[in-house]
Design a binder for this molecule. Structure first.
Ligand code: BMA
Length: 341
């Protein structure tokens, strides 16, 4: 029997899951064995965080942000039977351009991994005369074709929608500077071919009544298609005298015009509270980059980086989070407009 609020997508019965702990109040609860990836997880790699996973051929594949022991981030592939215990490769993913020439990023971080039709796309933050968005594709996780950088510098948090909308690919991004950007809203751009990008629209503003997202926001995992619209998890940042604090928020975007925000929660849905979120290479960071979900049950597992040091998992259900976002909705700036000034 179909529920009122549901995920449009496939069923994934083997995804990780834990029920909400008795007495827990929030709409998102942590995996009991967090973090799932600890320090020094692989030879030559000191920390793995802000990483993306996806189901693949009955198992799970991941693209991991791996900080090598000289402190530079690269993307490494990983494999898992249960999406909790990961075997991560020691060498970075080798990228080639469309002519078969090596096209390796100088550094690469904060990957997203999005399946559109039969192709997986990796989107990350790359060096293009400063921070910008890198884009590559694979169908077999053996050969990786890196496409042209979609946007001009400076930009971060590139996130593709998992299907074309009105005939075009759609990518969220967060124009930025090349450092620890002290501003930023979420925008989107469209492309018929993943090569030429345009129809840029403003999607969501930082700010609102609360302070947790008053400095900047950025898209997280690929949006999930639901009966209510695109469910978007994102990060929101506030500034303190000890630096930025990264929390997780949720919003629902219009299915046909995703630059229109239908609802967004005025509250964070997860904020640094556990030791692995509060203390690490960068303290107080919760940074979601991926989800796994089961359309059959509505279960969602959110993969997030913790304190720029660990990978952690949190859970919710589509009903729980959509109802929460609707109940705690606040309208911010012109979010509900199409975003074309
Ligand atoms: C952002 C990105 C993220 C990181 C966050 C907190 O600018 O670099 O990779 O998690 O800062 O350090």
């Amino acid at each position: 029997m179909k529920k009122d609020i549901y995920i449009v997508g496939e069923s994934l019965p083997n995804m990780p899951w834990e029920d909400k702990p008795e007495g827990f109040e929030g709409p998102v609860w942590r995996h009991s064995q967090n973090p799932i990836i600890n320090r020094n997880p692989v030879k030559g790699i000191s920390r793995i965080f802000n990483s993306a996973v996806a189901p693949y051929e009955g198992k799970f594949v991941g693209v991991f942000r791996a900080e090598t022991i000289n402190g530079r981030p690269h993307l490494h592939l990983g494999w898992s039977e249960d999406a909790l215990n990961w075997k991560i490769e020691e060498e970075p993913i080798p990228f080639f351009d469309e002519d078969g020439k090596p096209f390796q990023p100088l550094y690469a971080y904060d990957p997203r991994l999005v399946k559109i039709e039969d192709t997986f796309y990796i989107i990350w933050c790359t060096d293009f005369y400063g921070a910008s968005i890198g884009l590559a594709k694979t169908t077999d996780f053996k050969s990786f074709i890196r496409l042209e950088n979609p946007f001009l510098p400076f930009n971060r948090n590139g996130v593709l929608f998992p299907r074309k909308i009105n005939g075009n690919y759609v990518m969220l991004s967060r124009p930025s500077d090349s450092g620890h950007t002290p501003f930023g809203d979420i925008f989107l751009s469209e492309s018929p071919d993943l090569k030429y990008w345009g129809k840029h629209r403003h999607v969501m503003s930082k700010g609102g009544q609360g302070w947790w997202q008053n400095v900047k926001i950025g898209g997280g995992p690929a949006p999930i298609e639901t009966s209510e619209g695109w469910l978007l998890f994102y990060h929101g940042v506030t500034g303190t005298c000890n630096g930025f604090v990264y929390s997780m928020g949720a919003a629902i975007l219009d299915l046909d015009e995703p630059s229109k925000v239908k609802y967004r929660s005025r509250n964070f849905i997860l904020t640094p509270e556990e030791w692995y979120e509060e203390k690490g290479f960068v303290d107080n960071v919760v940074f979601p980059c991926a989800t796994l979900y089961d359309a059959e049950t509505g279960r969602i597992a959110i993969y997030y980086g913790a304190a720029d040091t660990y990978v952690s998992v949190a859970y919710t259900t589509v009903e729980e989070i959509v109802n929460y976002v609707k109940e705690t909705h606040e309208e911010v700036a012109d979010d509900k407009e199409v975003g074309r000034l």
